[in-house]
Design a protein around this ligand. Sequence first.
Ligand SMILES: NC(=O)C1=CN([C@@H]2O[C@H](COP(=O)(O)OP(=O)(O)OC[C@H]3O[C@@H](n4cnc5c(N)ncnc54)[C@H](OP(=O)(O)O)[C@@H]3O)[C@@H](O)[C@H]2O)C=CC1
Ligand SMILES: Nc1c(N[C@@H]2O[C@H](COP(=O)(O)O)[C@@H](O)[C@H]2O)[nH]c(=O)[nH]c1=O
Length: 375
Amino acid sequence: MATSSEQQHTTKALELATQALFLSNPNPRVGCVITSPDGQVVLGQGFTQQAGGPHAEVMALRDAAARGNNSLQGATAYVTLEPCSHQGRTGPCCDALIGAGIGKVVASLADPNPLVAGQGFARLRAAGVEVVVGPGATESRELNIGFFSRMVRGTPWVRMKTAASLDGTTALANGQSQWITSPAARADGHAWRARACAVLTGIGTVLDDDPQLDVRDVATPRQPHLVIVDSQLQTPLQARLWSVPGRSTCLIYTAVRDEAKKAALESRGATVIHLPNAQGKVDLGAMLQDLGRQRAINELHVEAGHKLNGSFLREGLVDELLLYQAPRLLGPGLGMAQTAPLQSLADGTALDYISVDRIGPDLRIVARVQGRDRF
Ligand SMILES: NC(=O)C1=CN([C@@H]2O[C@H](COP(=O)(O)OP(=O)(O)OC[C@H]3O[C@@H](n4cnc5c(N)ncnc54)[C@H](OP(=O)(O)O)[C@@H]3O)[C@@H](O)[C@H]2O)C=CC1
Ligand SMILES: Nc1c(N[C@@H]2O[C@H](COP(=O)(O)O)[C@@H](O)[C@H]2O)[nH]c(=O)[nH]c1=O
């Protein structure tokens, strides 16, 4: 049972971790608070920086030094994930904490990476540091659901976003869809793009909308990667998606081997990956494995049309829905997802509502496919 002081410092560490939401990908969002041994004084605090930059613990140690708190002997570090014990792009945080004289570490969770899980705690304990694990575990895992998904399942957390009228239409039969939802809801959608490692769409949407699929309506330190599902390599060489400042990576998954088209797209900076399925389309399951294992994608933000959405749902690849609903009826048109008619109500996809919010005049619903977060 955490004391109220432990809870207070853990809450603060979680708040700090949230500040890494758009920043630390593909590293986890972690916060750290260092207090005096009696918990009365906060000596330093920090959160994970961009990949390759300092982790939360190092930021908190630096903050303590900047505040003139040079002796941390016996101090307590509250950290929302197990401190690392391995040499990655930065040095091991455990060694930094031990070297600074930290006497106790209160960590929310063990690192989900099976290659390193528990090693940080073992190293701290071996150096005589008291380790408590647990406070803030649920919140920290939720904040890092994509990182946990990639580490445990090997695939990203798949969040499918759609913007529809109240009667579920995402585009008119003639393809018109801009705009169904309000500027406020679209800006909110950009914030969800910003927290994802990658935004994914289908070639149908690329050809119909000439979209940018970047983050423009909220401030962000980095652009998510773009992923296009394009069996026949029809992505145009002239399109708005190529001129997004700061976007480093465009991955195009295809079902054809066409070296000329591939070279042309690669000359625009794309990486073309050949992953066909038996129907001559892109193998979406294999693509998710590739995105998780080879490209370090934690959260995948799917913003596609009804055909690709239908395939994702039919194949059971969706974890969460992010649905914006405008207070408007549009009648028949393209729905959220093209799926085959069911024979029984029991065959429907069961969801849990996570949140329902009003964004400007629209509704935002976050719903989770039942059982998908149990990994
Ligand atoms: N309101 C909203 O939230 C949104 C609306 N839209 C609207 O949707 C419309 C476009 O919809 P749609 O044509 O369905 O576009 P999609 O973005 O769903 O792309 C569909 C295409 O993806 C390709 N594809 C490759 N592999 C697969 C696979 N395994 N399963 C399914 N498709 C695959 C197919 O083309 P190929 O075989 O050539 O590769 C298919 O035609 C536009 O009008 C757009 O404005 C789009 C996004 C969001
Ligand atoms: N029509 C529609 C959306 N459509 C989505 O936004 C994409 C355009 O993105 P961008 O080019 O970056 O502005 C488009 O291709 C489709 O995926 N989104 C919404 O929030 N509300 C809307 O009403």
